[in-house]
Design a protein around this ligand. Sequence first.
Ligand SMILES: [Zn+2]
Length: 86
Amino acid sequence: MNNHPCPICRNLTFNNADEIGDIYPVCFWEMEGGEDEREDINLPAFGPNGELSIAQARKNYVKYGAVEERFKSQVRLPRESKKASL
Ligand SMILES: [Zn+2]
């Protein structure tokens, strides 16, 4: 079941079975593991997303609809039932 909010876009694309390196289709964040427990979201984890921090990825998602501008043609819109309730 995809019923957990993505750490970046907050749409319910997050899945208990997801593993590090899985890419979320709505924002193109690549799972690093432990995103929700990160103490400083301004610091990158230098994992699958390289130098991209959670804070920067969230800003980019608002601006481009993807965690990085170069991914904006590869993402899809969230399904109606999976949209973030902000
Ligand atoms: Zn996302």
